[in-house]
Design a protein around this ligand. Structure first.
Ligand code: NDP
Length: 289
């Protein structure tokens, strides 16, 4: 009979000198988070181990408890685990409670504290790009977890109005209801977008391109001098950014900067230091792997 083998322990997780962090998701091999956090650690002179852990949704609850018991110092959580992770935390920060999703786990002696740095990361990147947010008329396309994370941070940044448009209009209405404490949110389905007005900032928070679908957005949406931003990055952002080009929007960006900024927010929560982010997106683009 073969000897019983339990799940191997991650070797250095309990090291007193090198704290261990991880990103949990499925799929996870593509994740840039290990590189980003190692860059931040080197920049700030903080030794850390950061690894990617592939995890199916039905394994999340047990694995979160195991990782806590093994001494993991903190973790990021990505698709498709963010909402599930929120349910396994012993307490949630305001951003995580409002969005119903957790992308950052902070170690506490009783378990994991859940936070969501996606919205703060988005706003930080928009500011880095020089996008005006004060009084801006904003159109947010999509009503999933990323959109929910973005809404509180956009209102905190002083936007003038927010319209959320989603393929499934009822999901946009549910978002507006759940987040009504943040501000007034107009909602519609895609078929009503032609009458929705003009916008200073158009954000794509859908995952349409991942399944090979292009959004059919009217060319009349942008106000003069509008900006367009896709929360996705790389090839996934190309269809929306191509639409923005055809609609005459000069200031366009994908979400790689947001990925870096949300990581910097998580790094700050774990280490008490906010790393410099300015050069990191270009470093990642220059060397994609
Ligand atoms: P969810 O699965 O929670 O939501 C997906 C959204 O996309 C829904 O609004 C859904 O509409 C919409 N959608 C999916 N397929 C289509 C389609 N074919 N046509 C129109 N709409 C569609 O995903 P998330 O909100 O978590 O993520 C959304 C995107 O944001 C992803 O691409 C993700 O990579 C990116 N993201 C980037 C981050 C960064 O740091 N740069 C951080 C977080 C997310 P419906 O409700 O009708 O199904």
């Amino acid at each position: 009979m073969l000897p019983f083998r339990s799940r191997p322990q991650l070797p250095s997780m309990t090291s007193p000198t090198t704290p261990c962090f991880a990103v949990l998701g499925q799929p996870i091999a593509h994740s840039l988070s290990p590189r980003i956090h190692r860059l931040f650690g080197a920049q700030c002179g903080i030794a850390l181990d950061y690894r990617a852990i592939e995890l199916a949704p039905d394994a999340l609850a047990a694995r979160m408890a195991e990782l806590h018991a093994e001494g993991l110092a903190g973790a990021n959580v990505t698709l498709p685990l963010k909402e599930l992770a929120a349910r396994e935390c012993v307490a949630l920060a305001e951003a995580a409670r409002l969005s119903g999703a957790v992308n950052t786990l902070i170690r506490h002696e009783r378990g994991w504290l859940g936070d969501n740095t996606d919205g703060a990361g988005l706003v930080a990147d928009l500011r880095r790009l020089g996008v005006r947010l004060a009084d801006a008329r904003v159109l947010l396309v999509g009503a999933g977890g990323a959109a929910r994370g973005a809404v509180p941070a956009l209102f905190d940044a002083g936007i003038g109005s927010l319209t959320v448009a989603n393929r499934t209009a009822a999901r946009a209405a549910a978002l507006a209801h759940d987040l009504q404490s943040c501000g007034d949110i107009a909602t519609c389905g895609f078929e009503a977008l032609g009458d929705a007005g003009r916008f200073d900032l158009i954000l794509n928070a859908t995952s349409a391109a991942r399944s090979g679908h292009a959004l059919a957005l009217p060319a009349t949406l942008p106000a003069p001098d509008a900006s367009a931003y896709d929360l996705s990055y790389g090839t996934s952002a190309e269809p929306f950014l191509a639409w923005a080009t055809s609609a005459g929007i000069a200031r366009r960006a994908d979400g790689l900067g947001m990925l870096v900024e949300q990581a910097a927010e998580a790094f700050h929560r774990w280490h008490g230091v906010r790393p410099e982010t300015g050069a990191v997106p270009a470093q990642l683009r220059a060397q994609p792997q």
